[in-house]
Design a protein around this ligand. Sequence first.
Ligand code: NTF
Length: 808
Amino acid sequence: MTYATTHSGTTPGDFGRELLSNLYYQRGTTLESASAQDAYHSLALTVRNRLVDRYIRTAAAHYQENPRFIYYLSAEYMLGRQLDQNLLYSGTQECAHSALAALGLSGDELDALDVEPGLGNGGLGRLAACLLDAMATQDIPAVGYGIRYDYGIFQQEFQDGAQVEHPDDWTFYGNPWEFHASDDQQKVGFYGHTEALDGVRRKWVPGEIVLGEPSHMLVPGYGTTTVNIIRLWKARASPQSFNLSHFGAGQYGEAVEEIVRSENISKVLYPDDSTELGRELRLKQQHFLVTCALRDIVRRFRLCNSDWDHFADKVVIQLNDTHPVMAIAELMRMLVDEEGLDWDRAWSITRRTFAYTCHTLLPEALETWPVELMRRLLPRHLEIIFLINHLFLQEVADRYPGDDAKLRELSIIAEGAEQRVRMAHLAVVGSSAVNGVAELHSRLLAATTLHGFANLWPGRFHNVTNGVSPRRFVRLANPRLAELITERLGDGGWLTDLDQLSRLEPAAADPEFRRRWREVKRLNREDLAEQTLATTGVVLDPDALCDVMIKRFHEYKRQLLRVLHVVTLYHRIRRGEVADVVPRSIVFGGKAAPGYYVAKRIMKLANRVAEVVNADPAVSPYLKMVFLPDYNVSRAQLIIPAADLSEQISLAGKEASGTSNMKLALNGALTIGTLDGANVEIRDRVGGENFFLFGLDTAEVAALRGRGYRPRDHYERDAELREVVDAVAGWDGELADDLMHRDEYLTLADFRAYVDCQDRVARAWRDPEDWTRMSILNTARSGFFSADRTVRDYCRDIWHVTPVYVPR
Ligand code: NTF
């Protein structure tokens, strides 16, 4: 297979020798006595060394050019496994393969030891990883900043069908991909008080100092020399924190108390915020990340620049949702209090530096912090936020004289029983650009959630539709399909220019190509069936329609609607009404937030239904249902290539974009979906005739709510629905009761349309030739959803950066 990648020029002999040398000098052992971990680490280092060469050249080119940098700040990253990626990107896949064979090592065994860094929850974190990949691939100078959590996302297990969370100690055996840089440590303050200096300047005297220790991982571009980095910060206590006298007195717990308190900051992603201490820890994390990142950004700026007036020309800070928005206050504090800039100059620099991406429409997902908590933890930042707000509200008052409601609506501080800081408002006020993540989402943001701001500053609002990395989600996840595409298109150029997939369109009419396309899907379904059997014991039929829903569990995404459909099919099959039934494998993957009670009940219901369906011999030939535990990037890479049907069934107006919808369409799955998020754009591109659309649109949802929604009416009107809801009541009365009387996400209102649409899916599946044609067209027309295009949009509309070429 030939791909337009950087060939390493390494021979298997060189590679093998270097691996042995790493084994010897880095692990202190020899092939004869090496453990599997020794061999894995040595392999990883051998691959990593190829990328180090490129990284050094990238850094040198950047130093010479002094370009504008993108600094991406995110609380989450879902990087996926590094070994497969770095073998591919360093062009050493084949020679590593031969070298391992020659040394008698099993590539698969070593591959299994490569642990995915679980530093994120879901789409927002994976998007961050796809954007970093695309920036490096397009030679955009960029650094990602995040937190190096000890325990990122929990591992999910099912006990009696219920989700049980286990800690994921992802670096238990060490992380060969990471470089530590303890000499770039930063100090981060918390608590304390402020003292007057001159004018608006004040001095913050923190009551506690924690150290941030960085490490970085390499982010290689594909088919280019550029290697960027992602820098992750770990909280460390100062060496003085260990209390020797307590220890001497046998008070071992007290001796390490301060260390534990400091280091807890980077222990887990999203500590449970249902307690006061949990909320404080989250805010501490956010401040920790932005302080470390900003100090590092300033340090890097000063390597080549000295004038603050050039800061915004050299630095773009992209805020990935509201979690890093404290950076706006922290930069103001640094510029005004520490650097002595006057307020207006500092504000102009700050505003020009930041850009903010909003990833939600749900008002409850827009973060706010109690003023009292912030006053205690970050007293100076709160003062700065109040001053920013004061000046901003003057601007609003000038624009809307006498309109107090307007002031209340837009204020960064929400009034009420308890005053709170609205982080999204701070983000919009302190940024030069704000964007949503799909056309519909950006439109709704400007029309609803951030309406007042969009009126005030229309030019500040943009749309940048999300995208996904075709390297990760086609080439690495689905090598068979990648090979078939490359063969048809003549070379692998499509992997960095995904619009080239459109050249596959004529192949949809070619019976031989369709046969091979089906063969790839079938082999991928076999792989999935094999893994499913190994992990869950459920036997899937590799010829059955593979019907997939993979995403976080959330009520608005409506996993429950899908369970209702499965129960419908179950009843029909039991009754022998199989005219519109085709054999299906129902595949679920996804985690629920540990404290999200309803989502966990839905999950348990899904597992209960799976048990019933799979145990019924009369039903099994038609229907199998499996919930693959611990959904993550690696599992996504397994499931997506096998999928025939992509479930994107959120209530219209709730899903900001979605990205599994793009990954699945790109891999030839047909979508069954509502007009929500990026589904709208997928349908526009692949064509309405190749997309199974159903359900209420946003206008109909609003109209229905306006009339007064009565879910019970649907129950009474539809006998089949009644039977299903009654069955659900037998398994979980609370869920059924909620469906009948509240049904916040209009599940019953969309039930009939969904089930009828699924019947259309089944009829279409009966014609394999036509199905395959539609599948190929889905892939051929999904080039737009490359993260490369997303990055180009950001560069053009928001970042105004250009690539920096790094010589080989
Ligand atoms: C998520 N947002 C949205 O729910 C998805 O629709 C979207 O695809 C991804 O972001 C990426 O843009 C969040 O996770 C959060 F945190 F904003 F709610």
